[in-house]
Design a protein around this ligand. Structure first.
Ligand code: ATP
Ligand code: MG
Length: 410
């Protein structure tokens, strides 16, 4: 009954997993803040969701986009920016897709036809347009103009248009980045006059939601170079590990009443999980969504029986240890050497001695204050540590990897 086709765990990237855990704050931000405010015509900043690899940034916004589409909103597919590509082309074609959902190509207005035409040109030529810009406006203004038309159509329809740009850290070209942030930001802050019954006019914001997702490095670039404008137009969240309670809650459906699978005879069977098995998965994955899916998948495959046991979780994990270690190594090797050295120095100290002065000395700094910028980045930009009087790890898989035999079982 437990076979590959029914396995609900999915450690692959960019999937909205069937076994979903936590992230309630971010989901409710969309459902209870962003969407209702946009529909009411109130201004709302775009959202930037950053985090270390595998923390579930793409999945989160795909889930939000799914919910939006179910509610009748217009959504772009997840637009993954390949490294070295021209992001303006990609975003231009995405906006054209939104325009299509909004049925703008059927519109008669000259203004809309022009806006469509200009964005079609951007979709073909991208950033190179700015090089020979003498003969026309910059590409970003074309994107903004069409987004504004999409927004107007959304006001008519009473829904929201949602744009999701993923892997934004891959936008290497400064000029392209700035054009994009301005194009999206201008649409998000655009104010549209609307006529009230009786002839008076008020201004409202457009119902356009922008989600940017990617690695934390993006914040440095967008933040530093675009400064206050970016911060005013986009609200940044750094994702960290999922709470153990949320992971346990996600597994509860296996514990009770059991996860439904086809029983092979046209009916429904249930795959159950021992409480101890669920607890072992929680313990092994350290709040990492990727490792959660990995541990679940391996436990599922460890046997064909109707109940997932603790022993199966353990034997499954043994087969996943290398992949789990590689996951954390990927995070560590991406770090600049200073940040990595800081973490290693921190990990080398007993938890109660992790004060900045001690860690800085261990990491070879002459003065504790010299380590300040590095520790600050590890906290606020990356979400890997917490700075208090005592420093601690927020990224529990990194902590486990650096301070114990994890992911290896004894
Ligand atoms: N809330 C969640 N609950 C359970 N599993 C999740 C959750 N979010 C993500 N996952 C799983 O974690 C894995 C990584 O997710 P995702 O690809 O979205 O991460 P990411 O942060 O975008 O990573 P990268 O930086 O590599 O792009 C996927 O297998 C996904 O199914
Ligand atoms: Mg991703």
């Amino acid at each position: 009954m437990r076979d590959a086709r029914d396995n609900p765990f999915s450690p692959g990237a960019d999937i909205v997993p069937e076994v979903w855990a936590g992230r309630t704050e971010q989901l409710s931000d969309w459902r209870d803040v962003v969407r209702p405010r946009l529909i009411a015509g109130l201004p709302e900043r775009g959202r930037t969701i950053l985090g270390e690899p595998g923390l579930g940034k793409s999945s989160l916004v795909r889930r939000i986009a799914q919910r939006a589409a179910e509610a009748g909103d217009w959504v772009t597919p997840q637009l993954r920016i390949p490294s070295g590509s021209d992001p303006l082309k990609l975003v231009a074609s995405a906006i054209l897709q939104l325009a299509e959902q909004a049925e703008l190509p059927a519109a008669r207005e000259r203004r809309i036809k022009d806006a469509l035409g200009r964005v079609q040109t951007v979709a073909v030529s991208g950033i190179s347009l700015t090089v020979r810009a003498q003969d026309g406006p910059e590409p970003y203004s074309a994107l903004t103009a069409l987004l504004v038309e999409v927004g107007r159509a959304a006001i008519e329809r009473g829904n929201v248009a949602l744009i999701h740009l993923d892997e934004v850290q891959n936008i290497a070209d400064e000029h392209a980045l700035s054009q994009l942030l301005i194009a999206l930001g201008d649409a998000v802050t655009h104010e549209e006059p609307v006529e009230l019954p009786g002839g008076a006019s008020v201004r409202r914001s457009l119902p356009i939601a922008v989600y940017l997702t990617g690695l934390p490095d993006f914040e440095d670039r967008a933040g530093a170079h675009k400064g206050a404008t970016f911060a005013r137009r986009f609200k940044t969240t750094v994702l960290t590990a999922i709470d153990d309670d949320d992971i346990a809650a996600a597994l509860q459906e296996f514990v009770l009443p059991g996860w439904e699978v086809p029983d092979g005879a046209g009916g429904i069977g249930r795959i159950r999980m021992e409480e101890a098995a669920a607890a072992a998965i929680v313990e092994l994955c350290r709040g990492e969504p990727f490792l959660f899916q990995l541990a679940g998948e391996r436990a599922w495959y460890a046997s064909g029986e109707a109940t997932i046991t603790r022993a199966q979780v353990m034997s499954g994990w043994r087969g996943a240890q290398r992949e789990a270690a590689a996951h954390v190594e990927r995070i560590l090797t991406r770090l600049p050497p200073r940040e990595r050295a800081f973490l290693e120095a921190m990990a080398g100290l007993p938890a109660r001695e992790r004060r900045l002065s001690r860690i800085a000395a261990e990491a070879g700094y002459a003065k504790a204050t010299d380590a300040g910028p590095t520790s600050q980045r590890l906290d606020t930009v990356r979400g890997i540590i917490d700075r208090g009087k005592l420093y601690s790890f927020r990224h529990r898989a990194v902590e486990a990897y650096l301070t114990s035999d994890w992911p290896n079982l004894a």
